[in-house]
Write a protein of this length. Structure first.
Length: 116
């Protein structure tokens, strides 16, 4: 995600993510399982399924907020004040790698694109 963020390839937050999915820019959607708004979760799931966007669930919004670099970092690089983030969409992977290929193949193989 950090490489995508540098190239302006991330959409963070529900509104940005919905726009990216609807425009067909989304390649991967990461959704927090602890999202409070069940209607948002249902909408994201439905749009990802309709647009064939891979969906990757993560346990908490705090973890997703850290991954999406929404947090402040101290001088040592330790994250501080990590806000929750319900959804992140990757629009541009920046570069391919074996790890990325493994993740995408795993998500395609397990059918995660239609699950929460």
């Amino acid at each position: 995600m950090k490489k995508s963020l540098v190239r302006d390839g991330l959409a963070r937050g529900i509104r940005e993510c919905l726009r990216a999915i609807e425009r067909g820019e989304a390649k991967l959607c990461v959704l927090a399982r602890d999202c409070d708004e069940k209607n948002y979760v249902a909408l994201i799931n439905a749009l990802c399924k309709e647009r064939s966007v891979l969906l990757c669930p993560v346990d908490t919004g705090k973890l997703l907020g850290e991954w999406a670099e929404l947090c402040k970092r101290d001088q040592d690089g330790t994250p501080r004040k990590i806000p929750c983030c319900s959804c992140v969409v990757v629009k541009d992977f920046a570069e391919t790698s074996q790890e990325l290929d493994f993740l995408l193949n795993h998500l395609k193989g397990t059918g995660q694109e239609s699950q929460s």
